[in-house]
Design a protein around this ligand. Structure first.
Ligand code: 13P
Ligand code: SF4
Length: 304
């Protein structure tokens, strides 16, 4: 079967199964091309919570499919590759979080959505890279525990008066980008703006003209009068940036900016998943209910 035939069968099956195909902005080009909705973690959570489809085919990584299941328990959530995980999410366990909470009794826990459902269940409020600052400001307390991404935590702390206790997690993909790479590219392309994701380490995000979520990058690059951008996030972002801005140039800040997990799901995997309605991701009720409270609190924080 060639790609065109696979895509046609996927579209037919999506209709037949009353399914919606959600894809993160880092997915392979051909997966983004066929998706009903592409977006960042926040946009995809909102969509998962409100869709009327019976089946959600989630093209992303495991924690994202879990969030969809938490928010839409009546729906079947499919993750075409169950082995698509997130190493950052794996850097925190419930046991280690409970240890930290014991060290700071009464201090609220803010957890980046890149975490397991079980960790979310022991969290006061979740955040994404698109709303982390607003979530932190929404807290009544002046002190907080921020997990698991130390880089996003430090990025938010720069503009906050609150006291942060950071978890020592990070994204191995974004961590590969070094400040030397950016300095070299800025010297080579002095007219280019450097845009990065706050998962990059502080030495890198300090060099950025703008740091934001993946969807924030689309808005920023579309509105900016600049013609050239150095991009400090996963390579999958380039697909839509180039498509939406054919007159602009986008330079990936490092060839290391490829997340192997985000590249796992292929068109064949999506087709197989729609044919068999598997593999399914479902979060058990004892974890789902408290995890949903943390996600609902995040979704209730007013948007700008
Ligand atoms: P956002 O799309 O929410 O910015 O997330 C980035 C990411 O690393 C997801 O794994
Ligand atoms: Fe996890 Fe980083 Fe990959 Fe996102 S890009 S899924 S944070 S490893």
């Amino acid at each position: 079967m060639d790609n065109q035939d696979i895509k046609s069968e996927i579209r037919e099956l999506l209709k037949k199964r009353n399914a919606v195909l959600l894809a993160h902005n880092y997915m392979r080009d051909e997966v983004q091309e066929i998706a009903d909705i592409t977006g960042d973690s926040l946009a995809l959570s909102i969509e998962a919570a409100k869709t009327s489809a019976e089946v959600i085919v989630f093209c992303g990584v495991h924690f994202m499919a879990e969030s969809a299941s938490i928010l839409s328990p009546g729906k079947k959530v499919l993750l075409p590759r169950l082995d698509a995980g997130c190493p950052m999410a794996d850097m925190i366990t419930v046991e280690s979080l409970l240890e930290m909470k014991k060290r700071f009794p009464g201090v609220p826990v803010v957890t980046y959505v890149n975490s397991s459902a079980a960790v979310k269940a022991h969290t006061d409020i979740c955040c994404t890279s698109a709303n982390a600052g607003r979530v932190v400001n929404s807290l009544a307390e002046d002190e907080l525990i921020f997990t698991p991404d130390r880089n996003l935590g430090r990025f938010v702390a720069k503009t906050s008066n609150k006291k942060f206790h950071f978890w020592d997690g990070f994204c191995p993909t974004h961590e590969r980008l070094r400040s030397e790479d950016v300095i070299r590219l800025k010297a080579e392309y002095p007219d280019a703006l450097f845009i990065c994701h706050p998962e990059c380490n502080p030495a890198v995000s300090d060099l950025a003209d703008h740091a934001c979520s993946t969807s924030g990058m689309y808005d920023y690059c579309r509105k900016s009068p600049a013609k050239r951008f150095i991009i400090g996030t996963e390579a999958g972002i380039l697909y839509r940036l180039k498509k939406e801005n054919p007159d602009k140039e986008f330079i990936l800040a490092s060839p290391g900016l490829i997340c192997p997990n985000m590249k796992l799901i292929s068109l064949e995997d999506i087709l197989a998943s729609l044919r068999t309605l598997a593999p399914e991701v479902r979060v058990e009720e004892d974890i789902r209910i408290p995890a949903k409270t943390a996600l609902d609190r995040m979704l209730a924080v007013p948007r700008d």
